[in-house]
Every structure is written in structure tokens, then in C-alpha cells.
Design a protein around this ligand. Sequence first.
Ligand code: NAP
Length: 259
Amino acid sequence: MDLEIAGRKAIICAASKGSGRACAMSLGREGVELVINSRTAADLEATAEEIRKDSGAKVTTVACNITTAEGQAMVLKACPDPDILVNNAGGPPPGDFRDWDRDVWIAAVDANMLTPIFLIKATIDGMIERKFGRIVNITSSTVKSPIDVLGLSNGARAGLTGFVAGLARKTVQHNVTINGLLPGPFDTDRLRTNLRKAADRVGATYDEMYAKRAADNPAKRVGDPYEFGETCAFLCGKHAGFINGQNLVMDGGSFNSTM
Ligand code: NAP
């Protein structure tokens, strides 16, 4: 299926690894011109080179912390008029809310709520003028189904989700959609790090924890980032213009509900 977005421009945040990288790979294969970002320049450049080799896409790298105003300005300078914006950043750490002071909360809200909102603010009017825009916020299945130790993530991402729910209803008449993609367990560095920590906590091996995580899922496996990237690309495609204000959980059906 041709998504009919070849030649469009995209910003993909936090894209040297994991889900962000997969979204960039898939959009690159659709002929989209990419600006990708992450903090570690060497990893980012290596990913850019892989994408260029894979699809021949034009890829510009901006090594910076996207959760800072300076980082956001650098990315926007490299691509002031994107047609596609994929918001992403590292997730906040797990813990007990009794240990989180104001600074910890502000960091989580900055990274997982305000950063996407400010990037949307900087780019959405241009999308509206050009009558095409696709914004995908990578959040988490915890937005719909909270995990107690991930309170920072549950809270900050729910704030973003609530805000864009209202905005999306105003922009879709201009063919500018905003949707959330909510990953459950995907086989990325973040999942592997979390599984290693969980294994240490309960005295199990990493392989045992990985097998348990897979077995606990209705699909009997964890997600492949490729699946995530292709879904993101579909939401960014021309034909997805009537999908708006949705929060698509990609978790193999773990979240148990009828709808
Ligand atoms: P990942 O494999 O650890 O990759 C994270 C990427 O983000 C890396 O490229 C990293 O590069 C970049 N990054 C992190 N913080 C950044 C920052 N402040 N500025 C710019 N780039 C930054 O993670 P992932 O699994 O793809 O997760 C992506 C998002 O989905 C996270 O918010 C995560 O919490 C959420 N999520 C993931 C899962 C899962 O199972 N994988 C489940 C639920 C939710 P640098 O470190 O070099 O910056």
C-alpha cells in the first residue's frame, strides 16, 4: 500500500533506538525526508546511516536533549515546517510516589507532556496552512491501564493525552490529525533494561524474566519494533486522515477490555 507521503518532511524525536528508530525506518521507506533526534550523537549517526542504506531516505540528525527548550529549538531549526511530527522521549523512572519531590515531577511533566505540546505548538499552524499534518505521540499503554510503579509516566502522559484530545477536534478539519500510539512491551533497550532490573529484584535470570513477560502476553511474545514503526507510518499516511484523537494500544491485547 502506498501511503502517498513520499517527499513529505518529518521530525521524529528520540529516534536512535527502539520505537522512535522503527518509526523513522518505516517513514524513510515511504520516501519521507527525515530529521531525527536523540542525545548520543554516535548512536544517532549510526541509525541515520542505517536508514539511508535501507531506504535511500534523506536523513538529517540533530543530537540534543529534546526535553529542553534549546533541544527543541535545534530540531525546529533543522525542520521548521514538518508535515509529520512523531513525539517521543525516554520514559520516567519507576518508583514510589512518596519519594518524588517537585523536581522529579517537573522533569517527568517536561519530558512526557510539555515537550510534545511545545513541539506541536511550534509546528501545527504551518500544517493547518498547508492542509496536511500528521502528529503521533508515542506514549504508553499505561495511559489506559496504569502500572503502579510508573506513576510519573501514568500522570504526565495522561496530561498530554487529555490536552491533545481537545486540540485534535479543532485541527482535523484542516487535515491535521493527532493520535497517540500506546506501546505495551516492545523488544527495545528500555524493555531489556527494565527486565534486567526486575530479574535482579526477584533473583531470576534475564532470560527467565523475558520468557515470563512473553508468556504473560496473550500473543505469547513481546512486540517487534518493526510492527510499531509500520503502524506509526500508517497513521502518518494520506489515507489515515479520518483517524483522529485516537489512542491505539499496541500490546498484543494485554489490556483486557471489550472495546
Ligand atoms: P529505547 O529503546 O530506550 O530508546 C529510547 C530512545 O530515546 C533512544 O534513541 C534515546 O537515545 C532517546 N532519548 C531518550 N531520552 C531522550 C531525550 N531526552 N532527548 C532525545 N532523545 C532521547 O526506548 P523505547 O522502548 O523505544 O521507548 C520509547 C518510549 O516508549 C519511551 O517513552 C518509553 O517509556 C515508552 N514505552 C516503551 C515501552 C517498551 O516496552 N519498549 C512500553 C511502554 C512505553 P539517547 O539516550 O541517546 O538520547
